[in-house]
Write a new protein. Structure first.
Length: 122
């Protein structure tokens, strides 16, 4: 997760949608997750790709691993960091079908068990 100033509004502030996304992510309890689509649906704004863009640009300071793909696969390129965080937080995992598409992970990785780990925002 990286951060850049190119998408900030004048004065260095975050765009309003980014603030909403990051505020919601900060509320996701340890050991629980939301999908990118869940975040957009909860906020009634944007879509999964817009949520992903916010995380790519500004997500380094929040628990980015608590927002996952709809299939529970670990974020390509960040698998080991996410897996370590899930294990520390006790996030329910299940045996995966191998790494996510686009992943360079050689080993078969678990996936987040969305039936047990999904948080509804309440």
């Amino acid at each position: 997760m990286t951060s850049t100033n190119e998408d900030r509004v004048p004065g260095g502030e975050l765009p309003p949608f980014a603030e909403l996304v990051l505020d919601l992510i900060e509320r996701i309890p340890p050991g629980r997750v939301m999908t990118y689509g869940d975040v957009a649906e909860y906020l009634e704004q944007g879509g999964p790709r817009q949520v992903g863009r916010v995380l790519a640009l500004y997500g380094g300071a929040v628990a980015w691993w608590r927002v996952v793909r709809a299939d529970g696969a670990l974020l390509p390129g960040h698998e080991q960091r996410a897996l370590a965080a899930y294990r520390v937080e006790g996030t329910p995992l299940r045996v995966g079908r191998g790494p996510a598409a686009g992943s360079r992970a050689a080993e078969s990785l678990p996936r987040v068990d969305l039936k047990l780990a999904r948080w509804d925002g309440r």
